[in-house]
Design a protein around this ligand. Sequence first.
Ligand code: ARG
Length: 577
Amino acid sequence: MNIQTLLNQRIQAAMVAAGAPESAPALTRQSAKVQFGDYQANGIMGVAKSLKMNPRELAQKVVDGLDLSDIAEKVEIAGPGFINIFLKNAWLGKELMALRQSERLDVPNVAAPETVVVDYSSPNLAKEMHVGHLRSTVIGDAVVRTLEFLGHRVVRQNHVGDWGTQFGMLLAYMERLRSESAEISMALSDLETFYRAAKGCFDEDEAFANRARELVVALQSGDKDCLALWDEFIDISLTHCEETYKMLGVSLERQHVMPESAYNDDLQNVVNELQEQGLLKEDQGAQCVFLEEFANKEGEITPIIVQKTGGGFLYSTTDLAAVRFRQHTLEADRVLYFVDARQSLHFQQIFTLSRKAGFVKPETQLEHMPFGTVMGSDGKPFKTRSGGVAKLSSLLEEAQERAYQLVSSKNPDMNEEELRNISRVVGIASVKYADLSKNRTSDYVFNWDTMLSFEGNTAPYLLYAYSRVASIVKRSEMDIASLTGEIQVEASQERALAMKLCQFEEAIQQVANDGMPHFLCAYLYELAGTFMTFYEACPILNAEEDVKNSRLQLALNTASTLQLGLSLLGIETLERM
Ligand code: ARG
């Protein structure tokens, strides 16, 4: 149930009845302060201005025509024309009952499902996944899960980089190993080392470098042997990715891989089409598109290069082909790109050009969901202690090891198997949650101590809160299914908890709209805190039967909300930790 939407619709209707245009927004929001009620509508002032009316008079007219008697205790006009709404406790209690009885916590499937193509993770296969891929992978996956939960049709696209000049170098190195009859699969078990060795040969050995260049040409012209070698490399590299996804609990599988190479045969068509539309201009031998929109103050335009001198295509050309595919074959209504903020200009150019060239329908939304960089404590992009880029798989192993130290010190008597499982869940959750809980657009500092802390907006805090609520419910020894009596919302702490529980849908809606999981993290963190305050003030197990029954339902609701919320973030919960 979405209180915000419900109130917004009713207020909007009253505004129209009071003479406002249909398009005037009511701007209903959760109130920031208790004295402003639970929700407030902020749209009156803006409309009054455009209608040249006194805002308080308009507010009065709206309130006169607004019947919220079924849900609100009080509706007040405040300041220059805000409308403050105070909800009824009994209504909150009833809504919570509905929530309790539904597996989806009463969140309906969207009325008009969209086809949402989500481009995320998308690592370059020449190297192993590193810390730089964490953000796209976990944020993208949380948004995908949320969209699917809401009933949208989601198409995952792992746009892996499997093409380009560096593959010539890698294939040349594979060839060399083979001629020395070395174990190739062994050598490829650590792609980082393999890449470095190949690069070493390329930089130092002229003959090797020439062979690498030959192999790029052979690969691009579809040479069979070369393709077979390349296939072998790509397969191993993808297997590494899959192991990382599995460790991370990310829902990407082989079937979601739509590599750059898949667009190969279409690249010339893209260039031809741009040519036919008169959009291309030759510049120093390269085929470019100059769009006015990207001119700087001096009028110089950063061009989009779609074909190099000599005929080679670029990252941009592939992205243009991908836009067409996503529109025409996947029939996207919305395409989300979870890619580093440093590629913002690239995507703005691709989107603008795609519209201009008619590669997408006007109503299709193309959205770059940029994210900031994971930083080290030195204020520079995060590196390992030895100064190299941190391999994602090693980082995740370290997380589990650190969690093991933490969990075993807290539970000296727990058996090894359970300890290992708990530390796996806590370790992975800590890394994911530290990333998800930050506003995606900013950089953040990777810090083991804060992410593994039991205090603050962290995974250990939330997982612990969940296991605590779950154990309270369990200790009650009540038959959960029989908890059907009314939920009574009386004490202020009960009310605060009830209100928070009713706001779950608003939180996930934000994740779906803005592609920002930190809204859900903040919500779950507040929910856990609100529960703790409630639990301290309102005894559950010693209360009288009907109060106990009601409070247990509040606890049960909290547990289900935490669990569902965390699962949408791609985080497992534990009954005990
Ligand atoms: N492989 C690219 C990189 O590692 C990211 C690809 C993002 N998706 C896209 N359609 N360009 O930077």
